[in-house]
Design a protein around this ligand. Structure first.
Ligand SMILES: [Zn+2]
Length: 150
């Protein structure tokens, strides 16, 4: 995937982040989950005053994809104020469907990286990072849950 494509999907993720419902944290996260055939599913974080029922942008996008019958994904693009990568829960959730998923993370504010870097050729995002790299040992967990032995 070339730089222009990645920036395009990160821009779509920024649009999704504007829809975030995060009155408690104020931490807007947006996501684009890209299906194997180029389908685009957007997600944003949705918080609850009870905190535990809150859901991350990645899982809202995944839920949207699944309910629309698309469970083969090739990449996820996540933006946030501090360019965080998916949390442990989302890593496990996404791994269930797409262990080879490529993860890209960028800033919510697209100008941050270029404003702080003297290297104008530097990418404004991190990635691709494979989901398997973000979640070591996940194969054994899945096999255990399904009753398989190594
Ligand atoms: Zn998460």
């Amino acid at each position: 995937m070339n730089n222009t494509d990645v920036e395009h999907y990160l821009a779509l993720a920024r649009e999704a982040a504007r829809k975030a419902y995060c009155p408690y944290s104020g931490f807007h996260v947006g996501c684009v989950l890209l299906g194997q055939d180029g389908e685009i599913f957007k997600g944003c974080n949705i918080e609850s005053c009870a905190y535990a029922p809150s859901i991350c942008a990645e899982r809202t996008a995944a839920a949207s994809a699944i309910v629309q019958g698309v469970s083969a994904w090739k990449a996820v693009f996540v933006v946030s104020p501090t360019r965080v990568s998916p949390c442990g829960v989302c890593r496990q959730f996404l791994y269930e469907f797409a262990p080879g998923l490529h993860v890209y993370v960028g800033y919510l504010d697209a100008s941050i990286e270029s404003a702080t870097s003297l290297d104008t050729t530097a990418k404004s995002y991190l990635g691709p990072i494979t989901l398997a790299d973000l979640l070591p040992g996940s194969d054994s967990l899945q096999q255990s849950a399904l009753g398989h032995k190594r």
